[in-house]
Design a protein around this ligand. Structure first.
Ligand SMILES: *Cc1c(COP(=O)(O)O)cnc(C)c1O
Length: 347
C-alpha cells in the first residue's frame, strides 16, 4: 500500500541541468546562466539588507518589486505579480486554471518542466510537434484545453514567433495562452503588449537569465488583474524573501547595466554562430542566450562527452528529436573562443 497519490508515485520528476560541485573549474554552458555578474547596485542592495531586519517577515505582496516591474514594463501595478522564480508562476497558473483530468498543452520540444507540473496536478498533457523551421504541427483551429504554454523564444531551439503569430494563436485558444518569455530580453521583440489586447494571454518573465540572478530565484508575470488576484491567493504568502525583494527592485532599476550585458551576449551569440558554422555545424538562428547546434555527424552525445572531458558543460538531450545536436549557452567571448577551439579539435 502506498500513501502517495498515483500520479506522484508514477511520475519521473524533473531533472535540472547538471550543477557540478566544483562549478568554477568548468566552462558552464548548460543552463543558460548569464556569464556576467549581477549589477553592482544589486550586490550593494543585498549587502545592505543582510542585517537585523532578517528577523522580520518580508513584505508579503513584494510591493517594491511590483512597482519596479510595473514601471519597466509599462503596466499598472495590479497587472504584475512577483514569484520565487518564474517556475513558481508556471506551477500556480496550472493550479489556478487546470483541474484534475483537464488538459494542458505545450510544444515538443520546449521546456519539459511543464510536463512535470501538469503531472503533479493530475492534468492531461497534449503536445504539438514543433519543427526546426518554426512550424507547429496539428494545432487545431479551436484549441479547447485549459492552458497552452508557448515558450517564446523557444527553448531549446532558440527560434521565436512574432507578436502577430502569437496573437493568432491566442485567438485559437479557448483557455489561457501563457507566453513563457524567459529569453525575450535577448530577442528583437516580445509579446507583452498582448496582455492588454487579448483577455487570455499571460506573459511570464524571469530575472535568472538576462539579469544574472538565477541564484536569487526571481520571476514575474504580467496578467490581467483578475488573474493576478487568483495567483495571489495560491502563492506562498511570503514567496519572496527579503534579499530577493531587495535584489529584484535594484536589478530592474539598473536598466543601463542590464542592457549592456544583454547586448554583449547577443553580439557574442552572432559571432559564435558564424564561427561554429565554419566548423560544419548547422545552427538554428537564435533569439535567446543559447544556440542549438548540430555537428556534421549529427551525434550530439559524442560531442557532449568530448567537451565534458575538457571541462566544458553544454546541454545534451536524449530525446530523439534533439539528440542530433546540443544546446550551447552563450558565455563570455573568451569562454566561447575556448569552446570553439575545443570543438575544432574534437572534429
Ligand atoms: C529558465 C527557464 C524558466 C525558469 O526560470 P526561473 O525564473 O529560474 O524559475 C522558465 N521557462 C523557461 C523556458 C526557462 O528556460
Amino acid at each position: 500500500m502506498s500513501y502517495l497519490r498515483d500520479n506522484i508515485a508514477d511520475m519521473a520528476g524533473y531533472v535540472p541541468g547538471f550543477q557540478p560541485p566544483d562549478e568554477n573549474q568548468w566552462i558552464k554552458l548548460n543552463t543558460n546562466e548569464n556569464p556576467y555578474p549581477p549589477s553592482p547596485q544589486v550586490i550593494q542592495a543585498i549587502r545592505a539588507a543582510t542585517g537585523d531586519d532578517l528577523r522580520k517577515y518580508p513584505d508579503a505582496p513584494s510591493r517594491s518589486g511590483r512597482e519596479a516591474a510595473a514601471a519597466v514594463y509599462d503596466y499598472p501595478i495590479d497587472w504584475v505579480i512577483m514569484a520565487n522564480g518564474s517556475d513558481e508562476l508556471l506551477n500556480n497558473l496550472i493550479r489556478a486554471c487546470v483541474g484534475e483530468g483537464e488538459e494542458v498543452a505545450y510544444l515538443h520540444p520546449s521546456y519539459s518542466y511543464y510536463a512535470t507540473l501538469a503531472a503533479i496536478q493530475g492534468a492531461r498533457i497534449k503536445t504539438f510537434a514543433l519543427l526546426e523551421n518554426g512550424e507547429i504541427k496539428g494545432f487545431p483551429e479551436r484549441y479547447a484545453g485549459k492552458l497552452f504554454f508557448l515558450t517564446n523564444p523557444n527553448a531549446p531551439l532558440g527560434l521565436r514567433w512574432g507578436i502577430e503569430e502569437v496573437a493568432a494563436l491566442a485567438d485559437r485558444c479557448e483557455g489561457l495562452l501563457v507566453v513563457d518569455e524567459a529569453y525575450a530580453d535577448f530577442a528583437e521583440g516580445n509579446c507583452l503588449e498582448l496582455v492588454r489586447q487579448k483577455p487570455n494571454v499571460v506573459v511570464t518573465r524571469t530575472l535568472s537569465k538576462s539579469y544574472s540572478l538565477a541564484g536569487m530565484r526571481l520571476g514575474l508575470a504580467i496578467a490581467r488583474p483578475e488573474i493576478v488576484a487568483a495567483l495571489d491567493k495560491i502563492r506562498d504568502h511570503y514567496n519572496l524573501d527579503r534579499l530577493a525583494q531587495t535584489a529584484v527592485a535594484a536589478a530592474l532599476i539598473d536598466q543601463s547595466y542590464f542592457k549592456d550585458c544583454v547586448q554583449r551576449i547577443c553580439a557574442t551569440r552572432e559571432w559564435f554562430c558564424s564561427e561554429i558554422k565554419t566548423l560544419g555545424y548547422q545552427v538554428i538562428p537564435s533569439s535567446a542566450n543559447y544556440l542549438f547546434a548540430t555537428p556534421p555527424d549529427r551525434d550530439g552525445k559524442r560531442v557532449y562527452e568530448a567537451l565534458f572531458e575538457r571541462k566544458i558543460l553544454v546541454r545534451y538531450f536524449r530525446d530523439p528529436v534533439l539528440s542530433h545536436g546540443l544546446r550551447i549557452s552563450i558565455g563570455t567571448r573568451e569562454e566561447m573562443e575556448t569552446t570553439l577551439q575545443a570543438l575544432s579539435e574534437i572534429g
